[in-house]
Ligand binder design. Sequence first.
Ligand code: ATP
Length: 134
Amino acid sequence: MSTFLLEVVTPERKVYAKEVNMVIVKGMEGELGIQANHVPLVTPLKVAPVVIKTNGKVEEIAVHGGFVQIGKEKVVILAETAELPGDIDYNRAKAARERAERRLANKKDHIDHRRAELALQRALARIEVSEHKI
Ligand code: ATP
């Protein structure tokens, strides 16, 4: 199966750069399975795990916001933050989930719902990626 270069980059660092067979991302307009020679395109991403397939092996990265740029030479995911399973502090993510759920449940609280929802999505993506590692 042919390969292409996948890079996952945040403002702080290059999280991932490898030749892969396929990457599956959750775009704002739906799920996108990208293989070599995909048509060039740029599209925004949801807060969700990115799934990478290489020689029958599956890897996951928790990607939080950002874009995927599909080019002729390579595919670049540019995100606010991105973590490999080994980078994720599982207990911190669970605490963040509980905090966000508590805020969303407390109707009397004058909270920013969108902000709490996004925090919840980030925590859920981290928990999912972290649990698949085990
Ligand atoms: P928290 O409320 O726990 O800070 P958050 O979703 O608000 O979570 P972000 O603002 O998305 O955190 O990220 C801030 C920095 O902390 C980023 O560098 C991100 O990669 C890192 N980070 C956040 N949560 C975790 C986690 N559970 N494990 C490892 N790194 C994390």
